[in-house]
Design a protein around this ligand. Structure first.
Ligand SMILES: [Mn+2]
Length: 355
């Protein structure tokens, strides 16, 4: 594995590349062009400028999170042809710049859902949290305003104002879209992009839906072992792969995370490792990475990745807000650095125990 941290670019992130460079074991970042819109072509010049900036700080671009998919592609509208052509052009430009990993998701309308951005824990840290009761009480179009807590001035990924301005129309468009439609539209998209992925050896790594069940009556398919295996078989190409996110698949306690990891050998191209603390099956908060702080056995999760000989980028996922830091919720420096150190420690111990 290759330890990385997510970085949104210097105009959007409170964390600097210089800080990331000092986290032990971190050699690369997972980044994006955060100000691009879904459907837009990423120019070769902008990709190169991003890469140069990261490399000047002594790091590498380990992958992109995310190149977002336009809703028309998920909906299977005729306009998808041009939009997929654009996506292929972006992949070509990434490939030409020697970037070989792209994380994306296929979630309708909302990229992810939490109901609190700063739930206070007993130790005084604050974390992102979710309760089904709060979601059930929400008017979807008003989700953004209804979320309690402060974004600390940050633009939240997946909750861009442009997207949210059209939430109501999008809900109408998804009214008759079923899981089967979504699978078919995903298959269509993947089959169109696989040739360029083969040409440049680009690993596409789908991020699971978060939480891993339908919210607001929208269809959601990347939620469990059965569905992800279906997706792997549906386009049986190594470049059609997975971002294994323990915190997202883990929202559903029925998902056996180590078992899912083992079932995806050779197809996990990127890993997000974090813990959740469940207060009830429908109330969870994003705890520290340490096993004993949450509900998951992090040793077993990392060991499963080790056992399948995972070599791709890995990153600590959302961290708690600690030590007075002000940052995008989930994306402060301090707790993610602790998470990286912890995952590195688990990995070293597992590796040495297996020698
Ligand atoms: Mn994730």
């Amino acid at each position: 594995m290759e330890m990385t941290l997510r970085w949104y670019g210097k105009n959007f992130d409170t964390v600097t590349l210089e800080q990331i460079r000092q986290v032990p074991g971190v050699k690369g970042v997972i980044t994006t062009l955060f100000d691009t819109m879904p459907g837009e072509v990423w120019s070769r010049e902008r990709i190169k400028a991003m890469k140069d900036e990261v490399e000047a700080a002594g790091l590498k671009v380990a992958g992109i999170e995310s190149v977002n998919i336009h809703e028309d592609i998920k909906l299977g509208k005729p306009s998808r042809e041009q939009l997929i052509d654009n996506y292929i052009e972006t992949l070509t430009n990434l490939g030409e710049e020697d970037i070989h990993l792209v994380c994306y998701n296929f979630m309708p309308v909302f990229d992810w859902t939490r109901t609190e951005l700063a739930r206070k824990r007993p130790d005084g840290s604050t974390v992102l949290a979710y309760t089904q009761e709060a979601v059930d009480a929400l008017v979807p179009e008003k989700m953004f305003e209804s979320i309690s807590g402060d974004t600390n001035g940050a633009l939240m990924p997946g909750w861009e104002p442009e997207r949210l301005a059209h939430v109501k129309e999008l809900f109408d468009e998804y009214k008759d879209v079923t899981d089967e439609d979504l699978f078919a539209n995903l298959k269509y998209f993947l089959e169109r992009i696989m040739p360029v992925c083969d040409k440049y050896d680009i690993n596409m790594a789908i991020h699971p839906d978060d939480p891993a069940w339908p919210v607001f009556g929208l269809p959601r398919i990347i939620i469990n072992k059965e569905n992800i295996q279906r997706m792997m078989k549906m386009v049986d190409n190594k470049h059609n792969g997975v971002t294994f996110c323990s915190g997202s698949y883990g929202t559903n306690l029925e998902n056996d995370l180590p078992d899912m990891i083992r079932s995806l050998e050779g197809r996990i191209h990127f890993a997000h490792v974090r813990n959740l603390k469940f207060n009830s099956p429908t109330d969870f908060e994003e705890s520290a990475h340490l096993s004993s702080d949450g509900s998951f056995d992090m040793y077993e999760i990392v060991k499963a990745l080790y056992d399948i000989k995972f070599t791709g980028p890995i990153r600590p996922d959302h961290g708690r807000m600690i030590w007075g830091e002000k940052a995008m919720p989930g994306y402060g420096l301090y707790d993610r650095a602790l998470g990286a150190a912890y995952i590195n420690g688990l990995w070293e111990a597992i590796e040495k125990a297996n020698k």
